[in-house]
Design a protein around this ligand. Sequence first.
Ligand SMILES: Cc1cc2nc3c(=O)[nH]c(=O)nc-3n(C[C@H](O)[C@H](O)[C@H](O)COP(=O)(O)OP(=O)(O)OC[C@H]3O[C@@H](n4cnc5c(N)ncnc54)[C@H](O)[C@@H]3O)c2cc1C
Length: 399
Amino acid sequence: MLAPISNCTGCMACLNACPVSCIENVMDKEGFYYPQIEEKQCIKCGKCTSACPILQESIKKGYDNPEVYAVWHKDEKIIKKSSSGGAFAVFARYILEKGGSVFGAAYDEALCVNHIEVNSLDDLDLLHGSKYVQSNIGDIYRTVKSLLEKGQYVLFSGTPCQVAGLYGFLGHEDYENLLTCDFVCHGVPSPGVFKKYIDYKEEKERSKLIKIEMRTKKRSWVSPYGMSHVYNNGKQKELRNVFKDPYMNGFLYDIFLRNTCYDCPYAKIPRESDITLGDFWGIGIYEPFNHSTKQGISLVLINSKKGQAVFNNCMGEMYFEKRSLEEAKKGNVMLSPRKYNHPSREAFFKDMKTKPFEDLIIKYLQRRPSFKNILIKLIIKLVGIRNINKVKRVIKRYD
Ligand SMILES: Cc1cc2nc3c(=O)[nH]c(=O)nc-3n(C[C@H](O)[C@H](O)[C@H](O)COP(=O)(O)OP(=O)(O)OC[C@H]3O[C@@H](n4cnc5c(N)ncnc54)[C@H](O)[C@@H]3O)c2cc1C
Protein backbone atom coordinates (compact mmCIF):
# COMPACT_ATOMS: atom_id res chain seq x y z
CA MET A 1 0.00 0.00 0.00
CA LEU A 2 1.25 3.50 -0.86
CA ALA A 3 0.67 6.78 0.99
CA PRO A 4 -2.46 8.62 -0.18
CA ILE A 5 -1.68 10.94 -3.12
CA SER A 6 -2.46 14.00 -0.98
CA ASN A 7 0.33 13.05 1.49
CA CYS A 8 2.89 11.51 -0.88
CA THR A 9 6.11 13.56 -1.00
CA GLY A 10 7.51 11.57 -3.96
CA CYS A 11 10.51 10.36 -1.91
CA MET A 12 10.32 6.99 -3.72
CA ALA A 13 11.21 4.86 -0.68
CA CYS A 14 8.43 2.48 -1.81
CA LEU A 15 9.83 2.14 -5.34
CA ASN A 16 13.29 1.37 -3.96
CA ALA A 17 11.92 -1.16 -1.45
CA CYS A 18 9.83 -3.20 -3.89
CA PRO A 19 11.49 -6.63 -4.35
CA VAL A 20 9.73 -7.30 -7.68
CA SER A 21 10.12 -3.78 -9.12
CA CYS A 22 6.40 -3.40 -9.69
CA ILE A 23 6.35 0.27 -8.64
CA GLU A 24 6.86 2.81 -11.38
CA ASN A 25 7.71 6.49 -11.15
CA VAL A 26 5.09 8.37 -13.17
CA MET A 27 4.49 12.05 -13.75
CA ASP A 28 1.02 13.28 -12.75
CA LYS A 29 -0.92 15.97 -14.62
CA GLU A 30 0.71 18.72 -12.55
CA GLY A 31 4.15 17.42 -13.58
CA PHE A 32 5.15 15.86 -10.21
CA TYR A 33 6.61 12.37 -9.70
CA TYR A 34 4.36 9.78 -8.03
CA PRO A 35 4.88 6.06 -7.43
CA GLN A 36 2.36 3.79 -9.14
CA ILE A 37 1.87 0.07 -8.44
CA GLU A 38 1.48 -2.35 -11.32
CA GLU A 39 -1.19 -4.38 -9.48
CA LYS A 40 -0.83 -7.52 -11.60
CA GLN A 41 2.82 -7.92 -10.63
CA CYS A 42 2.40 -6.98 -6.92
CA ILE A 43 3.08 -9.88 -4.52
CA LYS A 44 1.53 -8.02 -1.51
CA CYS A 45 4.71 -8.34 0.59
CA GLY A 46 4.07 -4.97 2.31
CA LYS A 47 7.66 -3.74 1.91
CA CYS A 48 6.48 -0.51 0.27
CA THR A 49 4.26 0.25 3.26
CA SER A 50 7.06 -0.49 5.75
CA ALA A 51 9.49 1.81 3.91
CA CYS A 52 7.10 4.76 3.53
CA PRO A 53 8.13 7.52 5.97
CA ILE A 54 4.62 8.99 5.80
CA LEU A 55 2.79 5.74 6.69
CA GLN A 56 5.35 4.71 9.32
CA GLU A 57 6.46 6.58 12.42
CA SER A 58 9.84 8.11 11.53
CA ILE A 59 12.80 6.11 12.88
CA LYS A 60 15.50 8.78 13.04
CA LYS A 61 15.04 11.93 15.05
CA GLY A 62 17.51 14.73 15.67
CA TYR A 63 18.12 16.87 18.75
CA ASP A 64 15.30 19.07 20.06
CA ASN A 65 17.83 21.85 20.54
CA PRO A 66 20.44 21.53 17.80
CA GLU A 67 23.69 23.50 17.93
CA VAL A 68 23.50 26.33 15.42
CA TYR A 69 26.46 27.72 13.46
CA ALA A 70 27.06 30.38 10.86
CA VAL A 71 29.56 28.84 8.43
CA TRP A 72 31.50 30.16 5.45
CA HIS A 73 34.10 28.22 3.48
CA LYS A 74 37.75 29.31 3.69
CA ASP A 75 38.07 29.08 -0.11
CA GLU A 76 36.29 31.99 -1.79
CA LYS A 77 36.13 30.15 -5.11
CA ILE A 78 34.02 27.46 -3.46
CA ILE A 79 31.71 30.01 -1.83
CA LYS A 80 31.14 31.52 -5.29
CA LYS A 81 30.06 28.16 -6.72
CA SER A 82 27.80 27.43 -3.75
CA SER A 83 24.35 28.81 -3.09
CA SER A 84 24.99 29.83 0.50
CA GLY A 85 28.33 29.83 2.36
CA GLY A 86 29.65 26.56 0.93
CA ALA A 87 29.00 24.37 4.00
CA PHE A 88 27.95 21.44 1.82
CA ALA A 89 31.39 21.43 0.13
CA VAL A 90 33.09 21.11 3.53
CA PHE A 91 31.22 17.93 4.51
CA ALA A 92 31.33 16.48 0.99
CA ARG A 93 35.12 16.86 0.85
CA TYR A 94 35.43 15.12 4.23
CA ILE A 95 33.58 12.05 2.89
CA LEU A 96 35.40 12.04 -0.47
CA GLU A 97 38.79 12.15 1.27
CA LYS A 98 37.79 8.99 3.13
CA GLY A 99 37.27 7.31 -0.24
CA GLY A 100 33.50 7.65 0.09
CA SER A 101 30.64 8.66 -2.22
CA VAL A 102 28.50 11.78 -2.15
CA PHE A 103 24.90 11.72 -3.37
CA GLY A 104 23.03 14.83 -4.44
CA ALA A 105 21.05 16.56 -7.17
CA ALA A 106 22.51 17.40 -10.59
CA TYR A 107 21.25 18.52 -14.01
CA ASP A 108 21.46 16.05 -16.89
CA GLU A 109 21.93 17.07 -20.54
CA ALA A 110 18.24 17.87 -20.95
CA LEU A 111 18.43 19.96 -17.73
CA CYS A 112 16.24 17.49 -15.83
CA VAL A 113 17.32 17.23 -12.19
CA ASN A 114 18.21 13.76 -10.86
CA HIS A 115 20.02 12.38 -7.85
CA ILE A 116 23.49 11.08 -8.75
CA GLU A 117 26.58 9.61 -7.08
CA VAL A 118 29.85 11.56 -7.09
CA ASN A 119 33.27 10.14 -6.23
CA SER A 120 35.71 12.97 -6.91
CA LEU A 121 36.23 16.61 -5.95
CA ASP A 122 36.07 17.64 -9.63
CA ASP A 123 32.65 16.07 -10.08
CA LEU A 124 31.38 17.79 -6.92
CA ASP A 125 30.76 20.83 -9.15
CA LEU A 126 27.78 18.93 -10.57
CA LEU A 127 26.09 19.06 -7.17
CA HIS A 128 26.94 22.65 -6.23
CA GLY A 129 24.18 25.21 -6.49
CA SER A 130 20.48 24.95 -5.70
CA LYS A 131 18.26 23.55 -8.42
CA TYR A 132 14.82 24.79 -7.51
CA VAL A 133 12.83 21.84 -8.81
CA GLN A 134 12.06 18.42 -7.33
CA SER A 135 14.87 16.01 -8.17
CA ASN A 136 14.18 12.52 -9.42
CA ILE A 137 15.47 9.98 -6.86
CA GLY A 138 15.14 6.97 -9.18
CA ASP A 139 16.47 3.87 -7.43
CA ILE A 140 19.44 5.64 -5.82
CA TYR A 141 18.63 4.46 -2.24
CA ARG A 142 19.48 0.92 -3.40
CA THR A 143 22.94 2.10 -4.52
CA VAL A 144 23.42 3.90 -1.18
CA LYS A 145 22.53 0.72 0.72
CA SER A 146 24.86 -1.50 -1.27
CA LEU A 147 27.78 0.91 -0.66
CA LEU A 148 26.98 1.11 3.05
CA GLU A 149 26.91 -2.67 3.30
CA LYS A 150 30.37 -2.82 1.72
CA GLY A 151 31.57 -0.50 4.52
CA GLN A 152 32.06 2.57 2.29
CA TYR A 153 31.47 6.09 3.63
CA VAL A 154 28.43 7.84 2.16
CA LEU A 155 27.11 11.39 2.35
CA PHE A 156 23.50 11.56 1.20
CA SER A 157 22.16 15.08 0.67
CA GLY A 158 18.64 16.02 -0.32
CA THR A 159 15.36 17.59 0.72
CA PRO A 160 14.12 16.66 4.22
CA CYS A 161 11.55 14.29 2.66
CA GLN A 162 14.24 12.55 0.58
CA VAL A 163 16.40 12.04 3.70
CA ALA A 164 13.33 10.64 5.51
CA GLY A 165 12.75 8.42 2.46
CA LEU A 166 16.29 7.03 2.66
CA TYR A 167 15.90 6.22 6.37
CA GLY A 168 12.50 4.64 5.67
CA PHE A 169 14.10 2.45 3.01
CA LEU A 170 17.09 1.48 5.22
CA GLY A 171 14.72 0.52 8.07
CA HIS A 172 16.11 -0.10 11.52
CA GLU A 173 19.69 -0.62 10.40
CA ASP A 174 21.95 2.09 11.84
CA TYR A 175 24.94 2.58 9.54
CA GLU A 176 27.90 4.28 11.23
CA ASN A 177 29.37 5.09 7.78
CA LEU A 178 26.30 7.09 6.63
CA LEU A 179 26.12 10.87 7.02
CA THR A 180 22.96 12.70 5.95
CA CYS A 181 22.50 16.39 5.13
CA ASP A 182 19.11 17.93 4.43
CA PHE A 183 18.40 21.62 3.95
CA VAL A 184 15.84 24.12 5.14
CA CYS A 185 13.34 23.69 2.33
CA HIS A 186 11.02 26.30 0.85
CA GLY A 187 9.23 23.51 -1.06
CA VAL A 188 9.84 21.83 -4.41
CA PRO A 189 8.39 23.07 -7.70
CA SER A 190 6.94 20.82 -10.37
CA PRO A 191 9.46 19.23 -12.79
CA GLY A 192 6.71 19.44 -15.44
CA VAL A 193 6.47 23.24 -15.06
CA PHE A 194 10.28 23.47 -15.17
CA LYS A 195 10.30 21.53 -18.46
CA LYS A 196 7.70 23.93 -19.94
CA TYR A 197 9.85 26.86 -18.86
CA ILE A 198 12.97 25.37 -20.50
CA ASP A 199 11.03 24.78 -23.75
CA TYR A 200 9.77 28.38 -23.63
CA LYS A 201 13.29 29.81 -23.10
CA GLU A 202 14.71 27.68 -25.94
CA GLU A 203 11.94 28.68 -28.31
CA LYS A 204 12.44 32.34 -27.50
CA GLU A 205 16.20 32.17 -28.04
CA ARG A 206 15.92 29.64 -30.91
CA SER A 207 18.76 27.72 -29.31
CA LYS A 208 19.17 24.88 -26.84
CA LEU A 209 19.65 25.89 -23.23
CA ILE A 210 22.80 24.12 -22.06
CA LYS A 211 23.33 25.56 -18.58
CA ILE A 212 21.19 27.28 -16.02
CA GLU A 213 22.18 28.77 -12.66
CA MET A 214 19.20 29.63 -10.50
CA ARG A 215 21.31 31.63 -8.07
CA THR A 216 24.25 33.81 -8.99
CA LYS A 217 25.90 36.16 -6.52
CA LYS A 218 27.16 38.87 -8.90
CA ARG A 219 24.80 41.41 -7.39
CA SER A 220 24.27 39.91 -3.98
CA TRP A 221 23.79 36.69 -2.03
CA VAL A 222 20.59 37.99 -0.43
CA SER A 223 17.34 38.34 -2.35
CA PRO A 224 17.01 39.47 -5.07
CA TYR A 225 19.99 37.45 -6.21
CA GLY A 226 20.79 36.86 -9.89
CA MET A 227 20.31 34.08 -12.41
CA SER A 228 22.12 32.97 -15.55
CA HIS A 229 21.28 31.07 -18.77
CA VAL A 230 23.80 29.75 -21.28
CA TYR A 231 22.64 28.75 -24.78
CA ASN A 232 24.15 26.50 -27.41
CA ASN A 233 24.51 29.53 -29.73
CA GLY A 234 27.15 30.86 -27.32
CA LYS A 235 24.97 33.50 -25.68
CA GLN A 236 25.09 33.88 -21.91
CA LYS A 237 22.27 35.88 -20.38
CA GLU A 238 22.63 37.29 -16.89
CA LEU A 239 19.57 38.41 -14.98
CA ARG A 240 20.35 40.66 -12.03
CA ASN A 241 17.02 40.16 -10.28
CA VAL A 242 15.46 36.66 -10.13
CA PHE A 243 12.01 38.10 -9.55
CA LYS A 244 12.07 39.19 -13.20
CA ASP A 245 12.27 35.55 -14.26
CA PRO A 246 8.77 33.98 -14.49
CA TYR A 247 9.87 30.56 -13.19
CA MET A 248 11.76 31.90 -10.17
CA ASN A 249 8.97 34.37 -9.48
CA GLY A 250 6.43 31.52 -9.47
CA PHE A 251 8.67 29.41 -7.22
CA LEU A 252 9.40 32.16 -4.70
CA TYR A 253 5.69 33.09 -4.55
CA ASP A 254 4.75 29.41 -4.01
CA ILE A 255 2.43 29.02 -6.97
CA PHE A 256 3.54 25.62 -8.31
CA LEU A 257 4.99 23.70 -5.34
CA ARG A 258 4.13 20.07 -4.62
CA ASN A 259 0.85 19.79 -2.70
CA THR A 260 2.54 18.30 0.38
CA CYS A 261 4.96 21.26 0.63
CA TYR A 262 2.17 23.63 1.72
CA ASP A 263 1.86 21.68 4.98
CA CYS A 264 5.26 19.97 5.10
CA PRO A 265 5.58 17.37 7.91
CA TYR A 266 9.37 17.94 7.97
CA ALA A 267 9.44 21.73 8.31
CA LYS A 268 10.26 21.59 12.00
CA ILE A 269 12.83 20.75 14.62
CA PRO A 270 13.84 17.97 15.46
CA ARG A 271 15.13 17.18 11.95
CA GLU A 272 15.57 13.81 10.23
CA SER A 273 19.20 14.35 9.14
CA ASP A 274 22.59 14.50 10.92
CA ILE A 275 23.24 18.03 9.62
CA THR A 276 20.82 20.63 8.24
CA LEU A 277 22.09 23.26 5.80
CA GLY A 278 20.52 26.51 4.72
CA ASP A 279 20.99 30.19 4.06
CA PHE A 280 21.54 32.13 7.23
CA TRP A 281 18.87 34.66 6.26
CA GLY A 282 18.66 37.59 8.64
CA ILE A 283 22.10 37.07 10.18
CA GLY A 284 23.25 40.25 11.87
CA ILE A 285 19.76 41.77 11.96
CA TYR A 286 18.59 40.36 15.27
CA GLU A 287 22.02 39.69 16.84
CA PRO A 288 25.35 41.37 15.93
CA PHE A 289 27.54 39.65 13.30
CA ASN A 290 30.91 41.16 12.45
CA HIS A 291 31.80 39.49 9.16
CA SER A 292 30.93 40.30 5.57
CA THR A 293 27.80 38.52 4.35
CA LYS A 294 28.27 39.60 0.72
CA GLN A 295 29.21 36.20 -0.72
CA GLY A 296 26.90 34.11 1.46
CA ILE A 297 26.69 32.61 4.93
CA SER A 298 25.49 29.06 5.53
CA LEU A 299 23.22 28.11 8.34
CA VAL A 300 24.26 24.78 9.87
CA LEU A 301 22.20 22.84 12.42
CA ILE A 302 23.88 19.89 14.15
CA ASN A 303 21.19 17.29 14.75
CA SER A 304 23.11 14.27 16.00
CA LYS A 305 26.28 13.03 17.72
CA LYS A 306 27.59 11.89 14.33
CA GLY A 307 26.85 15.31 12.81
CA GLN A 308 28.79 17.01 15.64
CA ALA A 309 31.76 14.64 15.24
CA VAL A 310 31.97 15.36 11.49
CA PHE A 311 31.60 19.11 12.11
CA ASN A 312 34.46 19.00 14.65
CA ASN A 313 36.65 17.11 12.17
CA CYS A 314 36.02 19.73 9.45
CA MET A 315 36.83 22.82 11.54
CA GLY A 316 40.05 23.49 9.58
CA GLU A 317 38.15 23.92 6.30
CA MET A 318 35.70 26.61 7.34
CA TYR A 319 35.15 29.77 9.34
CA PHE A 320 32.32 29.41 11.81
CA GLU A 321 30.55 31.14 14.65
CA LYS A 322 28.06 29.72 17.14
CA ARG A 323 24.64 31.38 16.89
CA SER A 324 21.24 30.93 18.52
CA LEU A 325 18.34 28.80 17.29
CA GLU A 326 15.98 31.74 17.82
CA GLU A 327 18.00 33.84 15.36
CA ALA A 328 17.98 31.03 12.78
CA LYS A 329 14.22 30.58 13.14
CA LYS A 330 13.50 34.30 12.86
CA GLY A 331 15.29 34.47 9.48
CA ASN A 332 13.96 31.20 8.09
CA VAL A 333 10.22 30.55 8.41
CA MET A 334 10.63 27.04 6.97
CA LEU A 335 12.28 25.89 10.23
CA SER A 336 8.86 25.99 11.88
CA PRO A 337 5.62 24.25 10.92
CA ARG A 338 3.35 26.40 8.77
CA LYS A 339 0.28 25.72 6.75
CA TYR A 340 -0.23 27.98 3.78
CA ASN A 341 -1.58 28.02 0.28
CA HIS A 342 -1.60 29.95 -2.94
CA PRO A 343 -5.04 31.13 -4.03
CA SER A 344 -4.20 30.68 -7.75
CA ARG A 345 -2.42 27.29 -7.58
CA GLU A 346 -5.40 25.26 -8.75
CA ALA A 347 -6.23 27.67 -11.59
CA PHE A 348 -2.56 27.73 -12.65
CA PHE A 349 -2.37 23.94 -13.03
CA LYS A 350 -5.76 23.84 -14.79
CA ASP A 351 -4.55 26.41 -17.32
CA MET A 352 -1.17 24.66 -17.68
CA LYS A 353 -2.92 21.79 -19.48
CA THR A 354 -4.29 23.99 -22.25
CA LYS A 355 -2.41 27.30 -22.38
CA PRO A 356 1.04 28.11 -23.78
CA PHE A 357 3.69 29.17 -21.27
CA GLU A 358 3.54 32.81 -22.47
CA ASP A 359 -0.11 32.99 -21.34
CA LEU A 360 0.76 31.50 -17.94
CA ILE A 361 3.43 34.18 -17.53
CA ILE A 362 1.02 37.02 -18.27
CA LYS A 363 -1.72 35.61 -16.06
CA TYR A 364 0.26 34.27 -13.08
CA LEU A 365 4.03 34.65 -13.20
CA GLN A 366 4.76 38.32 -13.64
CA ARG A 367 5.67 40.50 -10.76
CA ARG A 368 3.22 43.36 -10.80
CA PRO A 369 4.95 46.67 -10.02
CA SER A 370 3.65 48.39 -6.90
CA PHE A 371 1.70 51.64 -7.16
CA LYS A 372 4.66 53.44 -5.56
CA ASN A 373 7.09 52.11 -8.19
CA ILE A 374 4.79 53.11 -11.05
CA LEU A 375 4.54 56.59 -9.53
CA ILE A 376 8.33 56.91 -9.14
CA LYS A 377 8.87 55.87 -12.78
CA LEU A 378 6.25 58.33 -14.00
CA ILE A 379 7.69 61.24 -12.02
CA ILE A 380 11.24 60.45 -13.20
CA LYS A 381 9.98 60.43 -16.77
CA LEU A 382 8.31 63.80 -16.27
CA VAL A 383 11.08 65.66 -14.41
CA GLY A 384 14.13 63.89 -15.86
CA ILE A 385 16.79 61.71 -14.21
CA ARG A 386 18.93 64.71 -13.18
CA ASN A 387 16.25 65.86 -10.73
CA ILE A 388 16.00 62.43 -9.11
CA ASN A 389 17.13 63.65 -5.67
CA LYS A 390 14.43 66.31 -5.58
CA VAL A 391 11.90 63.62 -6.55
CA LYS A 392 13.15 61.35 -3.76
CA ARG A 393 12.74 64.14 -1.19
CA VAL A 394 9.15 64.78 -2.33
CA ILE A 395 8.29 61.06 -2.22
CA LYS A 396 9.81 60.69 1.26
CA ARG A 397 7.43 63.35 2.56
CA TYR A 398 4.49 61.18 1.45
CA ASP A 399 5.97 57.83 2.54
C1 LIG B 1 14.15 23.35 -3.59
C2 LIG B 1 15.03 24.04 -2.57
C3 LIG B 1 14.47 24.89 -1.63
C4 LIG B 1 15.28 25.52 -0.67
N1 LIG B 1 14.71 26.36 0.26
C5 LIG B 1 15.48 26.96 1.19
C6 LIG B 1 14.90 27.83 2.18
O1 LIG B 1 13.69 28.09 2.20
N2 LIG B 1 15.73 28.36 3.13
C7 LIG B 1 17.08 28.10 3.16
O2 LIG B 1 17.75 28.61 4.04
N3 LIG B 1 17.64 27.27 2.24
C8 LIG B 1 16.88 26.71 1.27
N4 LIG B 1 17.45 25.85 0.34
C9 LIG B 1 18.87 25.47 0.52
C10 LIG B 1 19.88 26.45 -0.02
O3 LIG B 1 19.41 26.98 -1.27
C11 LIG B 1 21.23 25.77 -0.27
O4 LIG B 1 21.04 24.65 -1.11
C12 LIG B 1 21.84 25.23 0.99
O5 LIG B 1 21.99 26.29 1.88
C13 LIG B 1 23.20 24.59 0.70
O6 LIG B 1 24.06 25.54 0.20
P1 LIG B 1 25.64 25.39 0.26
O7 LIG B 1 26.24 26.73 0.00
O8 LIG B 1 26.05 24.70 1.52
O9 LIG B 1 26.04 24.38 -0.87
P2 LIG B 1 25.66 24.13 -2.38
O10 LIG B 1 26.85 23.52 -2.98
O11 LIG B 1 25.05 25.26 -3.08
O12 LIG B 1 24.52 23.03 -2.15
C14 LIG B 1 24.15 22.16 -3.06
C15 LIG B 1 23.44 21.04 -2.30
O13 LIG B 1 22.05 21.18 -2.50
C16 LIG B 1 21.58 19.95 -3.07
N5 LIG B 1 20.49 20.25 -3.99
C17 LIG B 1 20.47 21.22 -4.93
N6 LIG B 1 19.30 21.18 -5.58
C18 LIG B 1 18.59 20.17 -5.05
C19 LIG B 1 17.31 19.61 -5.32
N7 LIG B 1 16.52 20.09 -6.26
N8 LIG B 1 16.91 18.56 -4.57
C20 LIG B 1 17.70 18.03 -3.62
N9 LIG B 1 18.92 18.52 -3.31
C21 LIG B 1 19.35 19.57 -4.02
C22 LIG B 1 22.79 19.36 -3.79
O14 LIG B 1 22.64 17.99 -3.91
C23 LIG B 1 23.90 19.73 -2.83
O15 LIG B 1 23.91 18.82 -1.78
C24 LIG B 1 16.68 25.26 -0.64
C25 LIG B 1 17.25 24.42 -1.61
C26 LIG B 1 16.45 23.81 -2.58
C27 LIG B 1 17.07 22.91 -3.60
